[in-house]
Design a binder for this molecule. Structure first.
Ligand SMILES: *Cc1c(COP(=O)(O)O)cnc(C)c1O
Length: 380
């Protein structure tokens, strides 16, 4: 099955054996009747499993060419489950330009449990290996990174993870499986905040893990059930519905992203534009190799790097909504230094490029003329 068919049918055959409903029913139930103790039809309690969630988990697995999908109550709950594979004394190498919530989970919770994190500019693959030692267990990769849009070479990370016997996990939230499929090029775990592009309509919070290896899937399933951060059936249904249009939404996100990146590049008040599809992007060559297209996430800075200027721009936007999050059909704008990255100390965030004037756009699928006109008036 090809990708555009998988978004609609992947993992979804016979979702309603009772009546043949085309969409999986929302099984709004916590428990399931048994004929004799242990005599059930595959489900006994909805933390352990729910048929609507199973339909979503199968869709996740299909999209990423994995074998097993797991759905969680949020992206962070999915990341949390991966970290629970580790023990005190273990070490993790990750990117220094990481989603703020992941950074907070790593440094404010798991560090206190005795896990050590190294944050490295992973877009330079040669910088990674010197942080690997005998305690290292996990490479945590995010690409494109948030919000600097650095591209990390997943294949190069896979070579390192095989060489040192590490797990390689990739947060694929920004790219989606439409643009890249990390399991195909050597990753062990793919993670998503399905809150973003997979759901696609800014109406639900869900996380995903997808793996190929059965033993790893069993360990993660054990953690999912034992820790209990599962998503409900209504939310599972919404993400299933969203996934059905992922391919056409992504196509438009990419087209609009390109037009806006080019517009901003030529604008006299703009200092820098970060979008991996621009030939001037420092990791453009890896992006071309690794990704099918370049997505709808763009960051830029205004000339002079004045926080008040950037805030004025995001406040003036009318079609772009000033909001956290990304990946929905509607265009959003954010100011990372005061919003998504406020939990990262200023000196730390500035080292990676998250300066005061940085603005991040999640380009939606509206008419491109309206989006460009909106940016033009806001920058005017
Ligand atoms: C939003 C996001 C997360 C966290 O997901 P939630 O669903 O908000 O918990 C993790 N990684 C990236 C790249 C994200 O954008």
């Amino acid at each position: 099955m090809k990708f555009n068919t998988k978004t609609i049918h992947g993992g979804q055959h016979n979702v309603d054996p009772a009546y043949g409903a085309v969409m999986p029913p929302i099984y709004q139930t916590s428990t399931y009747s048994q004929t004799t103790p242990g005599g059930h039809k595959g489900y006994e309690y909805s933390r352990s499993g729910n048929p609507t969630r199973t339909a979503l988990e199968n869709a996740f697995a299909s999209l990423e060419n994995g074998k097993f999908g797991l759905a969680f109550s949020s992206g962070l709950a999915a990341i949390d489950a991966v970290l629970k594979l580790l023990k005190p004394g273990d070490e993790v190498v990750s990117t220094n330009d990481l989603y703020g919530g992941s950074y907070r989970l790593f440094t404010k919770i798991y560090q206190d449990f005795g896990i050590k994190f190294h944050f490295v500019g992973m877009q330079d693959a040669s910088a990674i290996e010197k942080h690997i030692n005998k305690n290292t267990k996990l490479l945590w990769v995010e690409t494109p990174t948030n919000p600097m849009m650095n591209i990390i070479d997943i294949k190069a990370c896979a070579v390192l993870s095989k060489k040192h016997n590490l797990l390689l996990a990739v947060d694929n939230t920004f790219a989606t499986p439409y643009l890249q499929q990390p399991l195909e090029i050597g990753a062990d775990i793919v993670m998503h905040s399905a809150t973003k592009y997979l759901g696609g309509h800014s109406d639900v919070v869900i996380g995903a893990l997808i793996v190929k290896d059965e033993k790893l899937a069993e360990r993660l399933y054990f953690i999912q059930n034992a820790s209990g951060a599962v998503c409900g059936p209504q939310d599972s249904f919404l993400v299933l519905r969203g996934i059905k249009t992922l391919h056409i939404r992504m196509q438009r996100h990419c087209e609009n992203g390109k037009a806006i990146a080019e517009y901003l590049t030529s604008h006299p008040k703009i200092e820098k534009v970060y979008w991996p599809g621009l030939p001037s992007h420092p990791n453009h060559e890896i992006a071309k190799k690794q990704m099918k297209d370049f997505g709808g996430m763009i960051s830029f800075t205004t000339k002079g790097n004045i926080m008040a200027d950037a805030i004025k721009v995001v406040e003036r936007l009318k079609i772009f909504t000033l909001a956290e999050s990304l990946g929905g059909v509607e265009s959003l704008a954010g100011h990372p230094a005061s919003m998504t990255h406020a939990s990262i100390p200023k000196v730390e965030r500035e080292k990676t490029g998250v300066v005061d004037s940085l603005i991040r756009l999640s380009v939606g699928i509206e008419d491109i003329d309206d989006l460009i006109a909106d940016l033009k008036q806001a920058l005017g």
